[in-house]
Every structure is written in C-alpha cells, then in structure tokens.
Design a protein around this ligand. Sequence first.
Ligand code: BJW
Length: 227
Amino acid sequence: MNIVILTGAGISAESGLGTFRDKGGLWETADWRDLATPEGFSRDPGLVHDFYNMRRARVRAARPNAAHAALARLQADGRHAVTLVTQNVDDLHERAGAAGVIHMHGTHLVALCAACAHRWPAPDQMAPADTCPECRGTARPDVVWFGEQPYHMDMIVSALAGCDLFVAIGTSGVVYPAAGFVEIATRTGADTLELNLEPGERASDFAAGRFGPATQVVPAWVDEMLA
Ligand code: BJW
C-alpha cells in the first residue's frame, strides 16, 4: 500500500515540545504575526531569533517518543511504501530512524540566507548580526513563515495523488496548504484517517478518526498495519 503520513506538532508534544494552538501552546503567549512572518522578522529580528534559539535548545534536549519510533518501524518494515511529510521543524522523526522525511515548513536546525538562499547548520544561538558565509546577506532560520511558500509542494502533491491511504497525525488542520491534503487525497480515491488527541478542524473530511495521545494511538495503528 502507498501511504502518505502528515505529522504536526501533536506528535512531538509528548517529547516535551510545545504545540501552537492548544491551551498553553506557543501562540497563547506570543503573537504569530511577530514571530512567524517575514514582516515580523524585519521589524524585530532579535525577538524572532530569541524564539527560535529557545525552541532549538528544547529540540536538542528532547528525545523521539513512541509515536516517532512506530512510524520509523512502519517505514523500515518495507511492507508499505511510506512517504513521511512533517510540518514540524524538529528532527525527531530522523532521530527515531525515519528516512527521507519531507520537511514542508523547513527546520530551525538549519540557517538560511535571506538574500542568496545558501543554507548551513544553524548554530545554537542565532543573532541579528549573523550573516551568510557566502554573500554576507541576512541570516535567518530555514523555516516557512505565514505568507511564504511551503517547501517540496510538487513532491507532496504527487505523493498524495498516488496514495492509497492518507493519515494525518497530531495536527489541528488549521494551517494551509497542509490542512487541504485530506481533500486532495480523497479526490484521488485514497482512504483517509486522522490520528489526533481530539478531532481537529477538518475531522469531518476524514473517513475515520482515532483519538488519544500520539504515543498510544500511533503505535497501536502501526501494529495493526503490520499484523
Ligand atoms: C496531540 C497531542 C498529543 C496535542 N498526541 N495529538 C485563509 C484561508 C486559507 C489559507 C489562508 C487564509 N489566510 C491565510 C492563509 C494561508 C496561511 C494559512 O493557512 N493561514 C491560516 C492560519 C488561515 N498559510 C500560509 O501562509 C502558508 N503558505 C502558503 O499558503 O503559501 C501559498 C502557497 C501554498 C502552496 C503552494 C504555493 C503557494 C505557510 C504556512 C506556514 C506555517 N508556519 C508555521 C511556523 C513554522 C516554523 C515554526 O515551527 O515556528 O508552521 S505556523 C505553525 O502552524 C507551524 C506548524 O507547522 C503549523 C501547523 O500547526 P500544527 O502542527 O497543526 O499544530 P497545532 O498546535 O495547530 O495543533 C496541534 C494538534 O496536536 C492539535 O490538534 C492537538 O489536539 C494535537 N495534540 N497533543 C496527539 N499528545
């Protein structure tokens, strides 16, 4: 079976990384217009770097959980062709052993030159004075902010067009284009499944849903797929 899996912040919640829109989430205490837009970065690059420096430190201290491990197990088993797309900017899928993970919103472990698009490993602390080693342009985290085009969209849409099953895990279904993947998969005739703590915004678009903490529902679903 060709399976496309989309993950969101909820899969990393039990590794200690905050989600965005839950109670106590990152956007409850901070304004996304200041922290996750190119305009916010132009206004106050120091504030944005501090936000990503804090999150980078949390990611470096975090460990993959049972849900990340289960998806890596499903992929490594080889019975199904698994395309893993994540909205997350952490590297917990890779550290659990997953291969070829598509980071549609980039990763804050990489720095990006805003002028020439050169990329290099992000230092633990980035600062407004940091410049590109190639052209001296402004350095920023290699993440996709609101109003910017998510990465690898051609690859993702073609994987969705050829999949038999689309599974969304731990994502609220609020942010596009990822929130529209279930529609694309449904149109192409795929079965669809939502695995989430509770039903997300697009729950009624999925053929089925299973709800509970990712560390429980994801390994249980993977066990069934490999039974
Ligand atoms: C658990 C759990 C546990 C908790 N176990 N589950 C009007 C209509 C349609 C679109 C738009 C519109 N106005 C503007 C737009 C476009 C805009 C958009 O969607 N805005 C909406 C808010 C309306 N989108 C964009 O601008 C995007 N670009 C774009 O559209 O370009 C045009 C284009 C598209 C395609 C081709 C060509 C051109 C860019 C979006 C960039 C998003 N960036 C961020 C920041 C990235 C860097 C960073 O991490 O800081 O991405 S915002 C933030 O939201 C982050 C996330 O990846 C993303 C999604 O969040 P996610 O993962 O769903 O997290 P939460 O917190 O929302 O949900 C967590 C879920 O987990 C919940 O369901 C919980 O229940 C669950 N959970 N604990 C299991 N233990």
